[in-house]
Design a protein around this ligand. Structure first.
Ligand code: 13P
Ligand code: SF4
Length: 365
């Protein structure tokens, strides 16, 4: 078998050389290869994706492809999901192993187990609390949900998942993103006074037993460092400048930002909604910069204006880690018969995680 090609050598290549190598590897591997690209990927990578989508669509794509190699241009938890839903039968590759998600890292199994056992001092969580993890989480947290009557959600199906959860148990423990949990539950009619924030750095989440007993939503104190850059004042300023304009935001944004927005939804929803615009429409979009820049370019031709919500440049730095150099490196190795950066979830973790993911896919079907 050929020797592994070294990443250091690819770091010396310029983008155009990488482009040529990627195109050539795609031709050679043909249907043995499926490149999935999340909407937050930079243009130089995104253009090579066979399929693009939000987290839900990409996990469905991963589950249905027959390709031998799934190269996931996204972040670590997405590649883990692809390995889980394909039962480890595909070689799932993450071009840069450092492409994680800082929000996903805000919850871990030790902290969630501690939370569960502390909740058990106040109530019987296995009877009265459904654990719901956002797909932006490590596989073992999905496994935790699968083992405790819980489920996974994405930003495009969180409402259906919460409806399912409340139909079974009176409370939901939602992690790691407090904002997606709060925004979704509020839109369903759960009052802010029925939600508490679990501060995982404090005993009993910094709450009293009464607060826990009185809550319907227990929100983990996690957030997305990209979406926290968007502020209600940005929307006020836009509305003052463009009174006829429309505002659309991702549900990882803060409550006040979502409340001031005309539309709230996943990356796929944002693209679909803005693409359905009429000429002359003007949008302010509260989500990651690469998606917004691409959408703005696309819509310009149709006389639709798309603006980024924040005055400062904020990208998802971990999504940005996947560059043409890493993509060319993993593909050239695949052509040489070597798999580098394979993501494999051990079956004892994958099995309960798969149960929680399968349940999600059933609930949204
Ligand atoms: P989507 O599910 O909307 O693609 O969102 C994923 C994500 O990480 C947003 O920050
Ligand atoms: Fe994670 Fe936020 Fe990046 Fe999405 S945008 S991958 S939630 S850090």
């Amino acid at each position: 078998m050929a020797a592994v090609l070294k990443m250091e050598e690819f770091n010396l290549l310029d983008d155009s050389e990488c482009e040529a190598r990627i195109a050539s590897a795609k031709r050679i591997l043909g249907e043995r290869l499926c490149i999935l690209g999340h909407h937050y990927q930079r243009d130089e990578v995104f253009r090579h994706a066979d399929f693009s989508g939000d987290s839900l669509k990409l996990s469905q794509m991963a589950a249905t492809t027959d390709a031998e190699y799934i190269v996931f241009c996204g972040v670590h938890f997405m590649a883990e999901v692809a390995d889980i839903v394909t039962h480890g039968k595909r070689q799932v590759i993450l071009p840069d192993l450092a492409a994680g998600c800082s929000m996903a890292d805000m919850a871990n199994l030790v902290k969630v187990r501690k939370c569960w056992s502390e909740l058990a001092e106040v109530l019987d969580p296995d009877q009265s609390v459904t654990p719901v993890t956002y797909i932006n989480s490590a596989a073992d947290l999905k496994g935790f949900c699968g083992s405790h009557g819980g489920i996974v959600c994405t930003s495009s199906n969180a409402r259906a998942v919460l409806e399912w959860s409340f139909a079974r148990r009176e409370k939901v423990l939602f992690f790691p993103d407090q904002h997606l949990g709060r925004n979704t539950a509020y839109a369903m009619g759960v009052g802010l006074d029925e939600m508490v924030v679990w501060d995982f750095t404090k005993p009993l989440g910094g709450l009293t037993p009464e607060q826990i007993r009185g809550a319907r939503m227990i929100l983990w104190k996690g957030f997305c460092s990209v979406h926290q850059m968007f502020q209600p004042a940005h929307i006020d300023h836009f509305r003052g400048r463009v009174p006829q304009g429309k505002v659309i935001s991702h549900p990882e944004n803060a409550f006040e930002v979502c409340q001031k927005s005309d539309f709230v939804g996943s990356t796929e929803y944002i693209l679909r909604t803005v693409r359905a615009s009429q000429p002359g429409d003007h949008w302010l979009v509260g989500t990651e910069l690469n998606l917004v820049n691409r959408l703005a370019d696309e819509m310009k031709a149709r006389d639709v204006t798309v603006e980024f919500m924040s005055p400062t440049v904020c990208m998802c730095s971990t999504m940005f880690r996947t560059d043409p150099q890493h993509l060319a490196w993993v593909l050239d190795n695949a052509v040489a018969g070597r798999t580098v950066n394979r993501i494999q979830v051990p079956e004892e973790v994958a099995e309960p995680a798969r149960a929680a993911l399968d349940l999600m896919l059933e609930v949204v079907d």
